[in-house]
Each structure stands twice: as C-alpha cells, then as structure tokens.
Design a protein around this ligand. Structure first.
Ligand code: NAD
Length: 256
C-alpha cells in the first residue's frame, strides 16, 4: 500500500500502460481518476475496477489532453471527487507518421504534437497550479519513449514530441521545486499494448528482438515502475529520465 492516501490523475488511463497503472495504483491504496478521450472505455474500466472491491477508489472523466481547458477541468473534477491531487501521470499518447518528405503537416505533424507534446505541457501546467494552491507538493510523471532519445523510422514528429516530454520534465522539476513538486519522465521500449498489438506477428517479433530478453514488456511491468516513482520511496528521483525498455537503449544488434 505504498500509495495509501494519495490521489492520482492518469491520462490515457482507459487502455494499455495507463490502464495497467490505474489498476496498480488502486491496489497500492491510491484514489485514481481515469482521464481519457474515450470516455466510454474509461467509464467501463472504472466500473470494472470498482466492482473488484475498490468502490469509491476510482472514477472516470472524459478529456482531450490537447485542450488546456479540458485538462484543467479534469484536475478540478479529480479534486472535487477525491479532495486533492497528489500525482499526475501524463501518459495519453498517439503514434504514427510517414517518411518526412511525404508529410502533410495537418496529418503527420499537428495531431501528434497536439496530443503527445501539448497534452503533457497542459498536464504539467494544470497539475502544477493545483499543487501550488494546495501547498502539499506533488509528483508529475510523464511518458516519453525510447524515440524521445533517438531518431527512428516513421517517427519524425513522435520523436520530437517525446523529446519535448523529457525537456518539460527537467524544466518542471526546476520551476516547481519551490512548491515541493517532483517531475520524472519514463522511456518505455516495446510494450505489448494496442499501439503495438495492431501490428503483424512478424513485426511484433522484430520489436521483441530489439529488447535484451527478446520479449515485449508487459504494461503491468511499466505500471510497477510508475507506482514506485509516484511513491515517497522515489523521493530522490527528480528531473530525470527513467528507462523502462528492457535494455533496448543499450543494445545494437543481434547476430543469431
Ligand atoms: P494505448 O493506445 O493502449 O493507450 C493510449 C490511451 O490514450 C488510449 O486510451 C487513448 O484513448 C488515450 N488518448 C489518445 N489520445 C488522447 C487525447 N487526445 N486525450 C486523452 N486521451 C487520449 O497506448 P499505450 O501503448 O498504452 O501508450 C501509452 C503511452 O505510452 C503513450 O504516450 C505512448 O506514446 C507511450 N509509449 C508506448 C510504447 C509502446 O510500445 N506501447 C512505447 C513507448 C512509449
């Protein structure tokens, strides 16, 4: 119960890494707001988790993280229902992209920047303001990616947005330290969520082989790390990037 008494808002909480983290946080004693653009899926997840013996510990709110007013409203709703905000996990994200010279900026640039970059900025801003008002400190965890630290095929925009997440984290840690707030970014590698599961078995096997132990990471394994980072046990981790990529970033080529 390392998150007993804490209130968390998790964007993109209706699926994949976000949903696994909602479940983990609730098991660790937190009260959790699932914030997702897919309200139906968020409400279904909240009802299911509540029905598993966690009545009163989980709720859902619809939010498009690309719109600041909606993010601010999601923070306000969390405080209204659970009384405060202690942790925000800026995790909602979309992938995609074509080779650079085939880009239509309206398709291959703007939508990804709006969700993956603006969405994290808005989460940091809205939560930071709430933390300051409460005077209680707080933790900001944001999902970057291995692509935030490198170039990759078909990822021109996604890599830029995920690099911004790392930069936002450093600056937020600096700007919000006086209010007792910590900020941390995570860089997942290849995680078995709908983003990856939509691909062919062959491509999934290629992705798995890019990680040292030749398997996709399970969303629950990412959630375990996020729960630790949100807890007071991670109090010394601030402004930095925590790799959760099963060795992807230290691994170059498999010769067999
Ligand atoms: P997912 O598709 O399972 O979950 C993403 C969630 O975000 C969905 O519930 C979706 O409805 C929600 N969402 C999308 N746009 C939104 C918006 N505008 N406002 C609010 N919610 C929105 O994907 P996932 O793999 O769990 O991805 C979670 C995060 O992890 C993303 O930021 C992604 O870029 C990052 N990531 C994933 C992997 C991977 O291999 N799966 C690797 C590195 C980073």
């Amino acid at each position: 119960m390392r998150l007993q008494g804490k209130v968390a808002l998790i964007t993109g909480g209706a699926s994949g890494i976000g949903l696994a983290t909602v479940r983990k946080f609730v098991r660790e004693g937190a009260k959790v707001m699932i914030a997702d653009i897919n309200l139906e899926q968020a409400e279904a997840a909240a009802a299911e988790i509540a029905g598993e013996g966690h009545e009163g510990s989980v709720a859902a709110v619809g939010v498009n993280v690309s719109v600041y007013a909606e993010v601010e409203a999601a923070v306000a709703r969390t405080v209204e229902i659970f009384g405060s905000l202690d942790v925000i996990f800026n995790n909602a994200g979309i992938a995609g992209g074509r080779p650079l010279l085939e880009h239509d900026p309206a398709v291959d640039y703007e939508p990804i920047i709006r969700v993956d970059q603006d969405g994290v900025y808005y989460g940091i801003l809205a939560a930071g303001r709430q933390f300051k008002q409460q005077g209680t400190g707080g933790v900001i965890i944001s999902t970057s990616s291995i692509y935030g630290e490198q170039a990759a095929e078909l990822s021109f925009t996604y890599s830029a947005a995920k690099a911004a997440v790392i930069s936002f984290t450093r600056s937020a840690a600096y700007e919000l330290a006086e209010y007792g707030v910590r900020a941390v970014a995570i860089t997942p590698g290849r995680v078995g969520t709908p983003i990856i599961n939509q691909f062919s078995e062959e491509l999934k096997a290629t992705f798995a082989a890019e990680q040292l132990r030749n398997k996709l990471t399970r969303p629950e394994e990412i959630a375990d790390v996020v729960a630790f980072l949100a807890s007071d046990e991670a109090n010394a981790i601030n402004g930095t990037v925590v790799s959760v990529d099963d060795g992807y970033s230290v691994f170059k080529q498999r010769l067999d």
